[in-house]
Design a protein around this ligand. Structure first.
Ligand code: NAD
Length: 471
């Protein structure tokens, strides 16, 4: 059944804003794939024509294929351990699947499906010729040696075989995987496909192995370009300029750490950061060099001298202007949304805010810049890496940044203009939706997230219709 109302009732969770009935007791459904569906369902009433919408919506939302693998690996103790691996190709109507591989104990099928779907919408919104994919292995990278991680990676890639490929499905780094992991991915695939240019099979590779300048910092840099353009174009009137603004960041890995450095270089004060062990706070701004060297020595930002300790989620609630969740999914829920003090939340992680928390933030006048856009710099530069690999070229960092900025600015403009049009024509959309869903409550005004979804879903729908359903 398609309707968000029915879905939410069936899963026993709170009413969404689409139902028009705000909840008394928040009991949220934090399953990631169902959460992605609730976000998607909010966009459907705006994706016209509505004729045939149910079947088309099912086709666009459900993954094309889900691969589940059992991976036996001999660990350093000399014994065989088995791990579960997943690779989901969500959609390839606009191009081959593209998406990261994560190593984390919580990796599961539902999460990987949701993350793959978000990749489809990111690629469509930024208008790069890829579909969405994602993969992961349920393992604890913190207790694995480098040799064990290498064996898990190689076994995973070998087991996927020709389900990966430069024109089929192209992996990249994600949580707890990095350029070294991507080098193993490349090498494994290349050993299985000798005698051809295999570099475009994976992105996020080391520079010496066909990696792109700027890929390491791309997600953070892209987020910064998005924010800068939203500010300069007047789309965030209640926000201060970047110099002097207070920024709190959850997560201090690739995305969080680079975002902190880029915002600090632009004159912002990074007042709080955190990692998997906890957070730290200095209201006037952290000394990032000191935080980094403490993390280098101890493995964590926690207990950096001169800082006040914070719990994992407390970092989200510190007084600040800009909050950037850059760690895990579902971090802002109805349980803490009312305590967020920022005026804008920019999503760097995928899916850090539940749809119900989105409603709370929106009611409180807090703008959310959605992950589909603000966390898409990584896949955009991955696309640049793929193009360079196919053409045997190596672009300069300046070139990569210029192209990234152009792509992000264009996507921001499309999202903002779409939202403005949807708001102007809201009555017409309400009327059209009431005709196909007579029992549905009036549509809520679309947020930036819904506008981003509308652009992405509309593009995938158009491509699907132009290609035709085969046979
Ligand atoms: P990473 O492995 O480099 O860093 C993850 C960080 O999150 C680490 O600092 C870790 O300690 C921290 N963390 C883990 N659990 C935490 C918790 N409970 N509370 C606070 N911090 C916690 O990963 P990354 O590449 O920086 O990815 C971070 C997020 O950004 C993920 O959601 C990922 O899907 C998303 N993302 C990554 C990319 C990319 O290019 N790497 C692109 C888009 C989105």
């Amino acid at each position: 059944m398609f309707s968000a109302t029915v879905m939410i009732r069936r899963t026993g969770t709170l009413w969404s804003r689409l139902t028009g009935n705000l909840m008394q007791t928040p009991i949220e459904d934090l399953d990631l794939f169902r959460m992605a569906r609730r976000q998607f369902d909010r966009a459907i009433p705006f994706v016209h024509p509505l004729k045939g919408w149910r079947g088309m919506a099912e086709m666009l939302f459900e993954p094309e294929r889900t691969i589940k693998l059992t991976l036996p690996v001999v660990l350093d103790d000399g014994f065989v351990h088995t791990f579960q691996g997943y690779r989901v190709l969500h959609d390839n109507v606009r191009g081959p699947g593209k998406g990261g591989i994560r190593f984390h104990p919580d990796v599961n099928e539902s999460d990987v499906k949701a993350l793959a779907a978000w990749m489809t919408w990111k690629c469509a919104l930024t208008d790069i010729p890829f579909g969405g994919a994602k993969g992961g292995v349920a393992c604890d990278p913190k207790i694995l040696s480098a040799a064990e991680k290498q064996r898990i990676t190689r076994r995973f890639i070998a087991a996927l075989g020709d389900d990966l490929g430069p024109h089929t499905d192209i992996p990249a780094p994600d949580l707890y995987t990095d350029s070294q992991t991507m080098a193993w991915v490349y090498d494994t695939y290349s050993m299985m496909h000798p005698g051809q240019n295999n570099l475009p099979v994976v992105t996020g590779k080391p520079l010496d192995l066909g990696g792109s300048e700027g890929r390491e910092t791309a997600t953070a840099q892209g987020l910064f370009y998005v924010f800068e353009h939203l500010l300069s174009s007047g789309a965030l009137p209640s926000l201060p300029d970047i110099p002097g603004s207070r920024v709190a960041i959850q997560g201090f890995g690739n995305v969080g750490g680079n975002t902190a450095r880029i915002f600090q270089r632009a004159g912002a004060h990074i007042v709080a950061v955190s990692d998997s062990r906890g957070g730290i706070h200095v209201p006037d701004g952290l000394d990032l060099t000191q935080v980094e060297s403490h993390k280098e020595k101890t493995g964590s930002v926690v207990a950096t001298p001169g800082t006040t300790p914070l719990g994992h989620r407390e970092v989200l609630e510190v007084p600040c202007d800009i909050l950037i969740p850059a760690a895990l999914e579902t971090q802002i829920t109805t349980a803490n949304a009312a305590r967020i003090k920022a005026s804008v939340v920019i999503e760097a992680a995928n899916g850090p805010i539940t749809p119900e928390a989105d409603d709370v933030l929106s009611d409180r006048g807090i703008t959310v810049v959605p992950d589909l856009l603000s966390a898409s710099g990584g896949v955009v530069v991955s696309y640049f890496e793929w193009v360079q690999n196919l053409a045997n070229e190596h672009w300069t960092e300046t070139d990569v940044h210029d192209r990234l900025r152009t792509t992000m600015v264009r996507a921001v403009d499309t999202m903002v203009t779409t939202r403005a049009t949807l708001l102007d024509e809201l009555d017409d959309y309400r009327e059209a939706w009431a005709e196909v869903q007579p029992d549905a409550p009036p549509l809520a005004p679309p947020t930036l997230r819904t506008a981003a979804y509308v652009v992405a879903v509309q593009r995938c729908r158009r491509a699907t219709e132009q290609r035709g359903i085969w046979p």
